[in-house]
Design a protein around this ligand. Structure first.
Ligand code: SF4
Length: 186
C-alpha cells in the first residue's frame, strides 16, 4: 500500500470552484476542521465504559475519525461522553465537568443508564444525565456495541459539521443553558 492510500481525504464542503479557485463559507471550513478533530472526554462509571475501551481499540479505532486524543482535562475537551450509571451523588460532578469545558461543547449519553437511568429505577440513580446537562445524542443499548457508539459519534460529527458559528451566542442556546443553571463559557 502506498503512503497516499493510508490517508482518507475528507470531502470538501459545498462551495464554488474553478481551476485554481475554491470559495466556501467560514462556517463550513470551521465545521470541517472541528468535526474531524473532536477531543472526547470519557466519563465512564461502569459497564458501558468497557464498550468504549473496545471502541478505542485497534479493531474499531475511533482514531479513524480524528478522535484518538482523549482528554481527561475538561478544559481541553469538546465532547463529553458519559458512559455508565450516574448516581445522584455523582450528578453535580457531571455538571461541574461540563461547566469546565469551553464552548463549543457537545454531549453524548452512551447507553441506557446515562440516557435514562436504565434498569436502575431507584432512589439513588440519576434518571438520565439530561437532568443536569443538555445532551446532543443518545446511544441506546445495555450496553451498546462499539458500532452503536461509533454511530452516535458520527451523529455528533454531523451536528458539529453543520453548526453555525453564531449558534452558541443565540438566545435559544443561552436559555437552554440557563434552564440547567449553567452560564455560557466564552
Ligand atoms: S446501560 Fe447497561 S451496560 Fe451500560 S452501564 Fe448501564 S447497566 Fe451497564
Amino acid at each position: 500500500m502506498s503512503e497516499k492510500e493510508n490517508f482518507n481525504i475528507v470531502e470538501a464542503p459545498e462551495g464554488y470552484s474553478a481551476p485554481g479557485f475554491f470559495a466556501t463559507s467560514l462556517d463550513a471550513v470551521i465545521g470541517l476542521a472541528r468535526k474531524n478533530s473532536i477531543w472526547p472526554l470519557p466519563f465512564a462509571t461502569s459497564c458501558c465504559g468497557i464498550e468504549f475501551m473496545a471502541t478505542m481499540g485497534a479493531h474499531y479505532d475511533l482514531g479513524r475519525f480524528g478522535a484518538e486524543r482523549l482528554s481527561f482535562s475538561p478544559r481541553q475537551a469538546d465532547l463529553l461522553m458519559v458512559m455508565g450509571t450516574i448516581a445522584k451523588k455523582m450528578a453535580p460532578v457531571v455538571q461541574q465537568v461540563y461547566e469546565q469545558m469551553a464552548e463549543p461543547r457537545w454531549v453524548i449519553a452512551v447507553g441506557a443508564c446515562a440516557s435514562s437511568g436504565g434498569v436502575f429505577d431507584t432512589y439513588s440513580v440519576l434518571q438520565g444525565i439530561d437532568k443536569v446537562v443538555p445532551v446532543d445524542v443518545y446511544v441506546p443499548g445495555c450496553p451498546p456495541r462499539p458500532e452503536q457508539i461509533i454511530d452516535g459519534f458520527m451523529k455528533i460529527q454531523e451536528l458539529v459539521g453543520n453548526e453555525t458559528l453564531r449558534r452558541r451566542y443565540s438566545p435559544e442556546y443561552i436559555a437552554l443553558l440557563e434552564s440547567y443553571n449553567i452560564t455560557i463559557n466564552k
